[in-house]
Design a protein around this ligand. Sequence first.
Ligand code: COI
Length: 330
Amino acid sequence: MKVIAYAVRDDEIPLFDKWGKHYDIETTIVQENLREDNIKMASNFDSIIFLAEDTMNKNVLDKIKSMNIDYIVSRSVGVDNVDFAHANKLGIKVANIPGYSPNSVSEYALLSTLALLRKYNLYIKRVQMQDFRIKGLIAKEIRNQVVGIVGAGRIGSLTVKHFSGFFPKKILIFDNFQNDELKKYAEYVSMDEIYKECDIIVYHVPLIEETKYLIRKENIDKMKNGVFIINVSRGKVMNTADVIDALKSGKIGGAAIDVYENELPYFRFDKRETFIEDDMLRELLSIPNAIVTPHAAFYTDEAASNMVSVSLKNAREFYDTGNCSNIIKV
Ligand code: COI
């Protein structure tokens, strides 16, 4: 069996080697992102392994179909980059890795919250400049906060449990599905109650029609003054311009932003000597109480290993049985 894997980072190369041998799959590595102009490299392979950062639009899917490839595997959890309507029309099956490490993202959400509450980024900046004052950096404690978790699936439910260890005043959850186990730690409420009551709101939602620009002016206006928001989901869950306005006015007291709606030309690249043409990103980076990181919440050794091993396992399952336990049915 032969697969081609795109967008492979240096740290994934030994993992593909190890797990390729384990599943008896010959893997060709491409370090570039998958794009319309390099998909032709995939001809003569049984399947393609890709990431959420890759292009999987109509044109790419048409080319995949023309190469007689019937199943493809994302090694991400989020699959909003895939045109599922078209994949279904072409009969191309898609699998992902639904739980490569919920802990990775959940722990990052905790880290981001603590960093915002403690103004940790500002301490680091000060000390790097040999400014050892603490003036102006008085912090808040979680025990005095009401925490809202929007989306309590695999990752969000872990975040609920993690927060419970810090004994906040209350934990509120919004999700369309209720998990009885979480009722030990939190209360399920409406989005309006989340906005009305929460001092901290953490977003763990997939990017779908209903969540696009969920964090927008109309909803920010309903939030408490000085609210902290943590977005470790997808950039387009947040209307960045509205969040920038709210950070500038103080309506939002701090934002931890690991994903940005126009991140692809920037995140993963060294832009130190480059002028950032994207005005919105430049402005966001200049706001002291915005902590921006380059879509890194997932990035742990456990997650990286599982993303590679399970993607190869998925490909092997498709090849052997024509089906896969992680197939996505949309
Ligand atoms: C995902 O798995 O959905 C992620 O967001 C991480 C990926 C872009 C590497």
